[in-house]
Write a protein of this length. Sequence first.
Length: 98
Amino acid sequence: MVYIIAYLSAHPGKGEEVASLAAPLIEATRREAGCITYELYRKPADPDTLVFVETWKDKAAVEAHFAEPHLRSFQAAMADLLSGSRIELVTPDKVEVL
């Protein structure tokens, strides 16, 4: 198994909009082959900070996810809503920043 931890920093007051845009992404992603879990969390003290925590069967499943139209649509829709992001791919032997 491999894990993705994606940290999203929304512009002030835009966290709710990012979370709303994520709803269809989450639903579609959970149906992808190789997706084990796919969750979105928001910091209670900072609702403009969002964190995706994902579990995937293998790295090939992650690569297939990155090519999915629903992920690309989400990325395009939130581009102006984010002030920053960091995506980490966690495997048994290392953590890569993508």
